[in-house]
Design a protein around this ligand. Structure first.
Ligand code: SAH
Ligand code: SF4
Length: 386
């Protein structure tokens, strides 16, 4: 029996057992149901001598009813529930602390993974919709100077199940607030970590969230943000699901970008922009370019002009430029010497871009009071920012 179980674990998600050098493997010996695709659950049921429709029932509980309490799945026979309880778990993430602001419309959850590593997930509820900002890694190894997540380095990659479960947590919350809004949930992979540094597991999570037989989230409701890992951008352009792409730029030239994002030395601006342009050409989809505004570093009108000219030079003759710039006034990070530009300076930067016919918006932030805004997620329970 133990051999059988081992076999099954391997077929479910070998990646959770090869967590790379950065981390220990989660300690719970039971496998997580959130790691499995429907065919994998069907194979498991078959191995256990159960009819395969049991897998569909289980899948419905996990992704339509959003239940992770195996005991409450009373349409499953008692013997099956007992075995599931013994050998599996359906809730590897434990909410250790939840902070709320905006009248409960913005919520940040500090979650403990089975091995004790902490991550954060942020939910923002709006009148017509909700957005959940999901982590793809515990920490981040890129080390951008302006980002709280980058300061502590990388603890480990998240498994696909751990990424999926954050969305399930959010969907449960939204459903409790408003059934209607729960059908308008957007997922942005902009929490802790660099999604393209954990591409396989992250993409497995995207596919599972999209699965029409399960959570059934449209690809258009998912957005990934990358610091500019060129191989990831190219890989995404080949994928079948048309999710949205955002790329973090933050500077109009390499000399400046080198000082903000260490990985720019490996993937300089020209390579990132070329990959972005190829992506728009190949997919016909618009790409957002994120630009965090830092007082006195990258927020001068001349820098806006340089950025606009650089972007305009990428336009393919006869085609509209499929870029949209998203300006993000920097959110304070404890201990940082950087500062956030004044509103007027932000608007001036935007105006210069617009004068050069570059579509541009300023991101409206939420959650600054509970350190839940972009770049403030640290995943440290005792930390002021958590
Ligand atoms: N690693 C990915 C996604 C997570 S960060 C990336 O870097 O794109 C999501 C966005 O928040 C990025 O655009 C990032 O540059 C931005 N960000 C990071 N720290 C920030 C801060 N302190 N204030 C405002 N935005 C920040
Ligand atoms: Fe990592 Fe993105 Fe933060 Fe940079 S901005 S350290 S890539 S999470």
């Amino acid at each position: 029996m133990a051999g059988e179980q081992r076999l099954f674990i391997q077929s479910i998600n070998p990646s959770t057992h090869t967590m790379e050098k950065v981390s220990p493997v989660p300690t719970d010996a039971r496998w997580s149901l959130y790691e499995a695709t429907l065919p994998e659950l069907e194979a498991a049921m078959q191995q256990w001598g159960e009819p395969s429709f049991r897998a569909r029932q289980l899948y419905r509980h996990l992704y339509s009813r959003l239940t992770s309490d195996i005991q409450a799945m009373t349409d499953l026979p008692g013997s099956l529930r007992a075995r599931l309880l013994e050998e599996t778990q359906a809730g590897g993430l434990r909410v250790v602390r939840e902070r709320r602001t905006d009248d409960g419309q913005t919520r940040k959850a500090l979650m403990a993974l089975p091995d004790g590593v902490m991550i954060e997930t942020v939910l923002m509820v709006y009148p017509e919709r909700a957005t959940v900002c999901v982590s793809t890694q515990a920490g981040c190894g890129i080390g951008c100077v302006f980002c709280a997540t980058g300061q502590a380095g990388l603890r480990r990659n998240l498994s696909s199940g751990e990424i999926v479960e954050q969305v399930v947590w959010a969907a449960r919350q939204v459903r409790a607030i408003s059934l209607e809004r729960s059908s308008h949930l957007n997922v942005v992979f902009m929490g802790m970590g660099e999604p393209f540094a954990n591409y396989e597991r992250w993409w497995d999570a995207v596919k599972r969230l999209h699965d029409p037989q399960g959570f059934n989230l449209s690809a258009r409701k998912m957005t990934v943000s990358t610091v500019g890992l060129v191989p990831g951008i190219r890989r995404l352009s080949q994928e079948s699901l048309p999710i949205n792409l955002a790329i973090s730029l933050h500077a109009p030239d390499d000399a400046l970008r080198d000082t903000l994002i260490p990985i720019n030395r490996r993937y300089p601006l020209a390579a990132v922009l070329e990959a972005a342009r190829d992506y728009t050409e190949r997919t016909g989809r618009r790409v957002s370019l994120e630009y965090v505004l830092l007082q006195g570093r990258n927020d001068h009108p001349d820098q806006a002009r340089a950025l606009a000219q650089r972007l305009r030079s990428l336009a393919v003759a006869g085609h509209a430029l499929l870029f949209h710039v998203n300006l993000i006034p920097w959110n304070p990070v404890p201990g940082s010497a950087l500062s956030r530009p004044e509103r007027q300076r932000v608007l001036r930067f935007q105006q210069v871009l617009q004068e050069h016919q570059i579509a541009c918006t300023v991101r409206v932030e939420r959650g600054g009071e509970i350190a839940a805004a972009c770049g403030q997620l640290a995943g440290v329970p005792g930390n002021k920012s958590a």
